[in-house]
Design a protein around this ligand. Structure first.
Ligand code: NAD
Ligand code: TYD
Length: 353
């Protein structure tokens, strides 16, 4: 028995594999294209384990997928592989359509062929777990109830539209072909090994570099933050006990404005690594031009996951954010590895830094 993880060299997939191998002996095969967001350093501690296998490849490559599925005979596929950054999707949507839509389609077709060739018992036990986002639901008004699983799908960015398309494909492959799928829609994650183009790690590193902390627009946009290891525990639970064909929202019950997130990061840095001049990092906060089409508010209602599968997050935002800031302070080598090359180019293009 083994599981196939796609996109396991990224932020959430990497944390998922590290967690999995801490808790299980069951082998993991990690298939990843190693885009700018994929980083094998994240998995250095497990790279030599006999129950970890890495395959460099694309989820759109059907002949590679057929070979990998035949060779490793996974009992489940956990699909993290995606282009994941909203701002990049605005600058260049083509990669998002290619991986998130065409790639998911090719993966589903390859997995379906593999699944069809299995015995009836194996077919019944097989799972295709698709990892998606709350961003497919669109933006909420300030007083509106949090997203439930039956909320209309109203994506607003090229990223969220491509993820919504992938969710629809996954749903259709279940209804039409009977593939035993599960889908999760999670809120914004944060934690170790997060590529520093996203809000939380970007702000930590910009602050330490004595650079401006670029808050888009008025900074009053709301996101619902979940510590990445809590997302991973939810995914393990859904894989284990989720109802086939269902979707599960995953969230931390933790709505924060962007400005308050950045202020909390500054306060933690003031405590853990104060500036030499004694001035607060919060003086580096700068308002910059807003993101086009910026969704105002996301909020997740995770009652279904809690009541049906008994999952609750272990971290509060205070404990998770402290762990995250401490991790970035302690892991400068990992940070150096990811902030060269493509990262610098992105910072120059997007922030004119
Ligand atoms: P990430 O950008 O950090 O990692 C994506 C990984 O996928 C990288 O390792 C990359 O090399 C790989 N990849 C990209 N294209 C590929 C392809 N064609 N074939 C194989 N591998 C490919 O993303 P993440 O933040 O870890 O997100 C993982 C998944 O979770 C995504 O599907 C994303 O939509 C979803 N999600 C993310 C968040 C979040 O806050 N980060 C929240 C909810 C859901
Ligand atoms: P991000 O981490 O890119 O996640 P997403 O857009 O998928 O929610 O951004 C989180 C929020 O932070 C979002 O409202 C945009 C905002 N943001 C900034 O204000 N400044 C930045 O430099 C970045 C990257 C994001």
């Amino acid at each position: 028995m083994s599981i196939l993880v796609t996109g396991g060299a990224g932020f959430i997939g990497g944390n998922f594999i590290l967690d999995w191998l801490e808790a299980h002996d069951e082998p993991v095969v990690n298939l990843d294209k190693l885009t700018y967001a994929g980083n094998l350093q994240t998995l250095a501690s497990v790279a030599e384990r006999p129950n970890y296998h890495f395959v460099h490849g694309d989820i759109a490559d059907r002949s590679l997928l057929a070979t990998v599925l035949q060779r490793y005979q996974p009992r489940a596929v956990v699909n993290f592989a995606a282009e994941s950054h909203v701002d990049r999707s605005i600058h260049g949507p083509a990669d998002f359509i290619q991986t998130n839509v065409v790639g998911t389609f090719n993966l589903l077709e390859s997995v379906r062929q593999y699944w069809l060739a299995q015995s009836a018992a194996q077919q019944q036990d097989f799972r295709f777990l698709h990892i998606s986002t709350d961003e497919i639901y669109g933006s909420l008004l300030p007083e509106a109830p949090a997203f439930r699983e039956d909320h209309p799908c109203q994506p607003n960015s090229p990223y969220s539209a491509s993820k919504a398309a992938s969710d629809h494909l996954v749903r259709a492959w279940h209804h039409t072909y009977g593939l035993p799928v599960l889908t999760t829609n999670c809120s914004n994650n944060y934690g170790p090994y997060h590529f520093p183009e996203k809000l939380i790690p970007l702000m930590i590193l910009q602050a330490l570099d004595k650079k401006p902390l670029p808050v888009y627009g008025d900074g009053q946009q709301i996101r619902d933050w979940l510590y990445v290891r809590d997302h991973c525990s939810a995914l393990r639970r859904v894989l284990e006990a989720g109802r086939i064909g269902d979707t599960y929202n995953v969230g931390g019950w933790n709505e924060q404005t962007n400005l308050s997130v950045v202020q909390r990061i500054c306060a933690l840095l003031d405590e853990l690594q104060p500036r030499a001049d004694g001035i607060s990092y919060s003086t580096q906060i700068t308002s910059v031009k807003d993101r086009p089409g910026h969704d105002r508010r996301y909020a997740i209602d995770a009652h279904k996951l809690e009541s049906e599968l008994g999952w609750v997050p272990a971290e509060t935002f205070a404990s998770g954010l402290r762990k995250t800031v401490q991790w970035y302070l302690a892991n400068t080598q990992w940070v150096q590895g990811v902030t060269s090359g493509n990262y610098r180019l992105w910072m120059e293009q997007h922030y004119h830094a």
